[in-house]
Design a protein around this ligand. Structure first.
Ligand code: MTE
Length: 326
């Protein structure tokens, strides 16, 4: 018999929010707020119904940073992906990642300019932290977007435990390198585009960006463990930057003094900057970044500066020419 040993950090079955309930709750809360205004006659009834609906959910800590926009469906979020280790097609990751990626056991190496370094089992990395739900917009550099209810922990809280030294000016995050689990790291084909990528996929942040309250290490979405295609078991989410900064399946966090090399910046520096802040005024050389297509919607919408997170992050870039530091 296959016995599933629950990981300490795993979200309990009873806590899992069915997407159906989840979406219904959000709809209910929106409409009941309106209804409550006109429900002076039955205020007790409205409150009781709200409680009943909320009882169906487990109490993941809610975040004040969550958008109240409607999230994309679980199906959309897990079937339209970018994860080039499994191919360049949007459906490749959902087809191949669950087959090849083994997210358990998993450990993350902490190295470089920090007082505490070493290899940490994922459970130990996560144990001291409460899991939060953060419903963030994700804006891909390819001009599509989604709204995703992530589950994770603030990157800042994790970094603090390792006590970076004063020389730690940047943090580099790296994806697993293992062609057995990530077949396209091996078989891009010598003439294929994937062979031009110097695997493993690497990303980096300035230290103050990494410590920003929005930076999240995500381990799940929709109240469930992270699906393979979305970067199981742990990935970065930096919602004010183009999606390619949000590196998946992280095995290494390295603190360093100089700006790290990053995969897309190395491949095409004139197209993909190190900062990669969402900016409707700076076009990609081959397409406009002024508008975006929200997956599941018919009409395009305007792209927002910093993907709408300016209040939290604009101060990080004061005095910088964002058309140069794109
Ligand atoms: N991380 C790795 N290791 N490999 C990738 O190809 N693609 C990036 C980012 N992280 C990518 C990655 C890009 S371009 C985007 S838009 C997001 O992941 C997509 O995340 P999602 O598939 O969960 O929506």
């Amino acid at each position: 018999m296959h016995v599933r040993i629950p990981r300490p950090w795993a979200i309990r079955e009873s806590e899992v929010t069915e997407e159906r309930i989840y979406r219904a709750r959000r709809h209910f809360m929106k409409t009941s707020a309106v209804a409550a205004l006109g429900a002076g006659l039955f205020p007790g009834l409205v409150a009781a119904r709200a409680e009943q609906q909320l009882d169906a959910l487990r109490p993941l800590e809610k975040s004040r940073f969550s958008t109240d926009e409607d999230p994309n469906t679980y199906e959309e979020i897990t079937s339209y992906n970018n994860f080039y280790e499994y191919g360049t097609g949007k459906e490749d990751p959902a087809r191949l990642a669950p087959k090849y990626l083994k997210p358990e056991p998993w450990s993350v190496e902490i190295t470089g300019e920090a007082e505490v370094t070493g290899s940490f089992a994922l459970e130990d990395l996560l144990k001291p932290h409460a899991l939060e739900e953060r419903i963030y917009r994700l804006r891909c550099v390819e001009a599509w977007s989604m709204v995703i209810p992530w589950v994770g922990i603030p990157l800042a809280d994790v970094i603090k435990r390792f006590k970076p030294t004063s020389r730690a000016k940047y943090v580099k995050l790296t994806t697993l390198l293992d062609p057995e689990q990530m077949p396209k790291q091996d078989s891009g084909g010598i003439f294929g585009f994937l062979s031009t990528i110097d695997w493993p996929y690497t990303e980096g942040l300035r230290m103050d960006e990494a410590m920003n309250e929005l930076s999240l290490l995500a381990v799940g979405l929709y109240g469930k463990e992270m699906p393979a295609q979305n970067g199981a078991p742990i990935r970065l989410v930096v919602p004010w930057k183009y999606g390619f900064k949000s590196v998946k399946s992280i095995v290494s966090i390295h603190f360093q003094e100089t700006q790290p090399n990053t995969t897309w910046n190395d491949l095409a520096p004139n197209e993909y900057g190190f900062y990669a802040n969402v900016n409707p005024e700076v076009d990609h050389p081959r397409w406009s970044q002024a508008r975006e297509r929200r997956i599941g919607e018919l009409f395009k919408r305007d792209t927002l500066m910093f993907n709408g997170y300016g209040e939290q992050v604009a101060s990080l870039y004061r005095g910088m020419d964002l058309s140069k530091h794109y």
